[in-house]
Design a protein around this ligand. Structure first.
Ligand code: B4P
Length: 182
């Protein structure tokens, strides 16, 4: 059984930044579906060719493709100590795909709370190819429609802890470290 810690939050809330630090500190795998998808795009795999325009416009890659990619990755040896999922699940079907698989045990879900103005500022400063004003607008709307309902979903299961993700990277990382119980 693989223990799982989920980082949930809007785009640009710092999930990737914190997952990198926490994974190193606790020696658990860091799995970012965004990083994996961008890698497929760079390598021009079949998945990457399908995903490129979706990423650039700010929409979500279809559930079946992301779920298959993620579960393959979770089968790797480096996930034996547990894994942080950064950016997955982003939809209810993705959440159910974890829930209904007895190979995985969700230990905790950390929700990154940041106001919209700060999110837009961070993403524009980062300047990735999908960080244009137009795609940021789409991503924030997609987040509200598809991903935010997962806050209630995990809260009802008593798995969710909300953290204030405004402040210094180190302070936020310390707050998260106190919550880790893998
Ligand atoms: P992701 O790669 O997951 O990226 P993100 O949500 O935009 O960013 P994150 O929250 O990780 O923020 P970061 O630490 O970088 O997704 C990209 C795309 O991939 C999606 O739009 C979608 O198309 C696709 N995708 C991914 N997963 C999918 C799934 N499950 N299903 C379908 N499609 C999927 O931080 C942002 C910036 O803020 C950085 O520049 C950072 O340096 C800065 N920052 C971080 N912490 C800060 C702090 N405390 N103070 C100030 N700045 C800070």
């Amino acid at each position: 059984m693989t223990n799982i810690l989920i980082f949930l939050g809007p785009p640009g809330s710092g999930k990737g930044t914190q997952a990198e630090k926490i994974s190193e500190k606790f020696q658990i795998a860091h799995i970012s579906t965004g990083v994996m998808l961008r890698d497929h795009v760079d390598r021009k795999t079949d998945l990457g060719i399908k995903a490129k325009s979706i990423l650039d416009e700010g929409s979500l890659v279809p559930d079946n493709l992301v779920i298959e990619m993620l579960k393959d990755r979770l089968d790797s040896d480096d996930c034996k100590n547990g894994a942080i999922l950064d950016g997955f699940p982003r939809t209810l079907p993705q959440a159910l795909s974890l829930e209904n698989d007895e190979k995985f045990s969700i230990k905790s879900v950390i929700f990154f709370d940041v106001n919209q103005e700060e999110l837009v500022k961070r993403m524009l400063e980062r300047g990735r190819s999908d960080d244009t004003e137009e795609s940021i607008k789409v991503r924030l709307q997609v987040y509200l429609n598809e991903t935010e309902p997962l806050v209630g979903f995990y809260s009802k299961k008593n798995l969710l802890t909300e953290i204030n993700a405004l402040g210094s990277v180190d302070d936020i990382s310390s707050s998260i470290s106190e919550l880790i119980n893998l």
